[in-house]
Design a protein around this ligand. Structure first.
Ligand code: GTP
Ligand code: MG
Length: 448
C-alpha cells in the first residue's frame, strides 16, 4: 500500500442539517482523534465524544467518532469519521480545528475514491458505480448502480480477461516453447474454439439494446409532430408545470426544450420540439432541423397530431431500436374522434387531451411498457457507459479479425490478443502482465 499524506473533507452535503460527516484518511488519522478527544477509541465502534480544539482547548461539539484502521476502510488507509452537528458554525469550527493539526490537508475532489482505487479497494467500474449511485435519481438507476458496485461488470470483465490471458498463454507457448512436448498439436484448434466462444459471449452482451446506458442516462422521449398540435401543452402536462410557451399561433416553439422526469421509476428526458412544417422563416426552419435531429436520437417518439384537423401522416424512417407512440391530441374538442380505431395495427393511436389530461395515464403506461421491454431485453445488461461499449466493440472487432484471417502468424495473433487484454485491463484499471507469466508457468512445465 502506498503511503500518502493525510486528507480531510466534509463527506456530507452542504447546507444546514442534523448531522454532518467529516472524513479523514491517511497515517495521521489516529493522531488527529487523540488530539481532538480523550479516552480509548476502539476500531469500528461509534463513540460519543466531546471534541475540543487541539491548540486552544476550546469546546467544539459533542460528536460520534469512528475509527477504521487500514486496510479495513473505504480508502484502504487509516480512516477517522467525525459525525458532528450539521450547523454552519459547528462545521466551520471543527474543520478549522482538524486543519490545525500538522500533517493534515484538505482533500481534493475525488481524492478519497482515488486512494481507494490505488489501494485496490475499488476498480474503475466500482468508482463509476459509486458516482452513478450518488447521481441516481430513480429507483431503477439505483438498482443498476448498486449491481455494478457489487461487481456485476467487473466480475465479467475480469473473467473475460482471465480467459484471454489463458488463450494468449497458449499462443505464446506455441511461439516460445514449440519444442516442448507439453504443448500439443491441437493447440491451434483448441485456441480457435476458445477465441470464438469468448467473442460470441462479448457480442451477446453488446447486443443488449443499450439497456444499461439508456437506464443510466435516461430514455430520450421526443415529442414531435405538426405545428400547433399541442406538443408544448403535452410537455407541460407531463412535467406538471409551465415549462414551454403555449400559444394558438402555429410555430411557437423553435428551440428544443427538455425536462427530466421520473416515470414509474424510469428516468426519462422528454423533449418538446418545433412543429414540422415548411414555413420560409429562417429561425423556424432551424427549429425544424433541430427537431429532426432530436427525432433521430430518440428512444421513443411521441408523434402528436391535432385530432380536430386532418391527420398528419407519420412518414419518417425509424431505427429498429426506436419506438413510436402515435397520439391524437385535443380529444376534448371532437368527442367523435376521442377514441379512434387503430389505423395501423402495429402502432395504435392514443387519444389524449393535453388540456384535460385525458389519456395521460395510458400514455405514461405505454412509455413505461417500452422502458420495461428495453430493460428486460437487457435483463443482465452490465454495460452502462459508452466507454465500456466502445472498448468491447474494439475487442470483438480484433477477435473477429484474428478468426477470419487464416494465415495470421502466431506472433500477430499474440499481439492482437495482447491488445484485447490491455483494452479489458483498461476498463477495470488492471494493466499488469504478471498474470500472463503465472498462467504460462502454471499450465506448462516449461524450464524443467
Ligand atoms: N382544446 C384543446 N386545446 C389544446 C389542447 N392542447 C393544446 N391546445 C391548444 O392548441 C394550441 C397550440 O398548443 P401548443 O401546445 O402551443 O402547440 P404546439 O404543438 O407546441 O405548437 P408549435 O410549438 O407552434 O408547433 C394552444 O392554443 C393550446 O391551448 C387540447 O388538448 N385541447
Ligand atoms: Mg410548441
Amino acid at each position: 500500500m502506498a503511503v500518502y499524506d493525510t486528507i480531510y473533507a466534509m463527506s456530507s452535503g452542504s447546507g444546514r442539517a442534523g448531522v454532518a460527516v467529516i472524513r479523514v484518511s491517511g497515517p495521521h488519522s489516529k493522531d488527529l482523534l487523540q488530539q481532538l478527544c480523550s479516552g480509548e477509541i476502539q476500531a469500528r465502534y461509534a463513540h460519543l465524544k466531546t471534541l475540543t480544539h487541539p491548540k486552544s482547548g476550546d469546546l467544539l461539539d459533542q460528536a460520534l467518532v469512528l475509527w477504521f484502521p487500514a486496510p479495513g476502510s473505504f480508502t484502504g488507509e487509516d480512516v477517522a469519521e467525525l459525525h458532528i452537528h450539521g450547523g454552519g458554525a459547528v462545521i466551520a469550527a471543527v474543520m478549522e480545528a482538524v486543519g490545525s493539526v500538522s500533517g493534515l490537508r484538505m482533500a481534493e475532489a475525488g481524492e478519497f475514491t482515488r486512494r481507494s482505487f490505488y489501494n485496490g479497494k475499488l476498480d474503475l467500474t466500482g468508482i463509476e458505480a459509486i458516482s452513478d449511485l450518488v447521481a441516481a435519481e430513480t429507483d431503477q438507476q439505483r438498482r443498476q448502480a448498486l449491481a455494478q458496485m457489487r461487481g456485476g461488470l467487473s466480475d465479467l470483465l475480469n473473467q473475460w480477461r482471465d480467459r484471454l490471458i489463458h488463450i494468449l498463454a497458449y499462443v505464446e507457448a506455441g511461439i516460445d516453447f514449440s519444442d516442448e512436448e507439453d504443448v500439443g498439436d491441437d493447440v491451434n484448434r483448441h485456441m480457435v474454439t476458445k477465441i470464438l466462444d469468448l467473442k460470441n459471449q462479448i457480442a451477446v452482451h453488446l447486443n443488449d439494446q443499450r439497456a444499461g446506458e439508456r437506464l443510466r442516462d435516461g430514455l430520450q422521449v421526443v415529442i414531435a409532430g405538426p405545428a400547433n398540435a399541442g406538443k408544448s401543452s403535452l410537455l407541460n402536462g407531463l412535467a406538471k408545470r409551465d415549462v414551454a410557451i403555449v400559444s394558438e399561433q402555429a410555430g411557437t416553439t423553435r428551440d428544443v426544450i427538455e425536462v427530466h422526469l421520473d416515470l414509474n421509476g424510469f428516468p426519462v428526458t422528454v423533449s418538446d420540439t418545433a412543429g414540422l412544417r415548411d414555413c420560409g422563416d429562417e429561425i423556424e426552419e432551424e427549429g425544424v432541423r433541430r427537431a429532426r435531429n432530436k427525432m433521430r436520437a430518440a428512444d421513443i417518439i411521441l408523434w402528436t397530431t391535432d385530432g380536430t384537423i386532418k391527420e398528419a401522416p407519420f412518414n419518417f424512417l425509424i431505427d429498429s431500436d426506436q419506438s413510436l407512440i402515435r397520439l391524437r391530441n385535443k380529444c376534448d374538442i371532437d368527442s367523435s374522434r376521442a377514441c379512434p380505431k387503430s389505423e395501423a395495427e402495429d402502432c395504435p393511436i392514443l387519444a389524449i387531451s393535453a388540456k384535460t389530461g385525458a389519456g395521460f395515464d395510458r400514455l405514461i403506461d405505454s412509455i413505461t411498457d417500452i422502458a420495461l421491454t428495453i430493460q428486460s431485453s437487457g435483463e443482465n445488461a452490465v454495460i452502462t457507459r459508452a466507454r465500456h461499449r466502445e472498448a468491447l466493440m474494439r475487442i470483438v472487432d480484433i477477435l473477429s479479425k484474428v478468426l477470419d484471417t487464416s494465415d495470421l502468424a502466431d506472433e500477430l495473433i499474440a499481439e492482437n490478443l495482447r491488445i484485447c487484454t490491455r483494452e479489458l485491463g483498461r476498463l477495470t484499471g488492471r494493466v499488469d502482465v504478471e498474470d500472463l507469466l503465472d498462467v504460462i508457468f502454471n499450465d506448462f512445465c516449461v524450464g524443467k
